[in-house]
Write a protein that binds this ligand. Structure first.
Ligand code: GLN
Length: 284
């Protein structure tokens, strides 16, 4: 960034740099980079386009713009990201929370209507974003989040503290729900569901910066569902629900696995692009 640039000039320059690097959301990302460096909201940016960046702020903008141009996601550069309106710290072991995963939270909240003190389990919790968003929305709920990665569990625990939810959230290193005791009204998961052979073709933001273990669903993409669905079924209370995120085109196979486990009342949710994204099933 040249000396004494205004925030508006900085946004334009960064947007050009990012567009040239093939970043699809160049304009939005440029604004977010400048806003975070200058400590400004989007409204501040519109109101004071002529505000001059300090040398420190301009330095931060240049460094962050260079990293984004190298296709590092903004969530990794900032070290935290918003999900369901809450702020989540990230680490190398956690997936960046995706907007479509908010559908798991919304569906879970809807299915728990009428349950007085819901017990929730989140298998493969990562940053803890699904479980903690549910607990934030449901003040009488409590729950457990598991992850195979100790680093993820540490990050999730820190997020629970920061959000004031540590009293109602427990986190444990476990393979899915292995060793998790108790009976749950709701089991949620956003498991890895990408076919191993498709990983190499993913965007660099995902391929190089999200943990492989959070993406790779095995040869046909269904390894996690095969392992998790029977375990979750065994831990659901009668009348309890399992809510899973899936990839597009996976509902036929996941429906078969849910039926095989003895679950019923299977229902599908579609994302804004019209793809199958969330599937639910109930224990009789
Ligand atoms: N539950 C976490 C999330 O939705 C992690 C999911 C994953 O790592 N596959 O972000």
């Amino acid at each position: 960034m040249s000396m004494a640039a205004t925030v508006q000039e900085a946004v334009r320059a960064v947007a050009r740099q990012l567009a040239a690097a093939g970043v699809e959301t160049s304009g939005l990302d440029a604004r977010l980079i400048v806003m975070s460096a200058a400590g400004m909201t989007h409204e501040d940016l519109l109101r004071e386009p002529g505000r001059i960046l300090t040398a420190d702020e301009a330095g931060t903008v240049s460094r962050h713009a260079a990293r984004r141009a190298a296709r590092e996601p903004l969530a990794r550069i900032f070290g935290h990201w918003t999900f369901c309106g809450l702020d989540f710290r990230l680490s190398a072991e956690t997936l960046v929370p995706r907007p479509e995963t908010e559908m798991v939270v919304e569906r879970g909240i809807g299915l728990l209507a009428g349950v007085e003190t819901p017990r929730i389990a989140d298998a493969g919790t990562g940053s803890g974003c699904i479980l903690l968003s549910l607990l934030h929305a449901l003040p009488a709920a409590s729950g457990v989040g598991t992850d195979r990665s100790a680093g993820a569990i540490e990050t999730a625990g820190g997020n629970a503290e920061a959000l004031g939810l540590a009293g109602r959230a427990q986190f444990a290193v476990a393979n899915w729900l292995d060793g998790v005791a108790g009976a749950f009204d709701l089991v949620v998961s956003n498991p890895p569901y990408i076919e191993s052979g498709d990983i190499a073709g993913l965007e660099p933001e995902v391929r190089l910066h999200d943990p492989l273990a959070a993406l790779d669903g095995g040869g046909d993409g269904f390894d996690a569902y095969r392992a998790l669905i029977p375990q979750a079924t065994a831990r659901l209370k009668s009348g309890g629900w399992l809510v899973l995120e899936t990839g597009s085109g996976q509902h036929k196979m996941v429906t078969y696995l849910l039926q095989n486990a003895g679950l019923a009342n299977i229902g599908d949710d579609y994302d804004i692009a019209g793809h199958e994204r969330v599937i639910r099933a109930q224990k009789a």
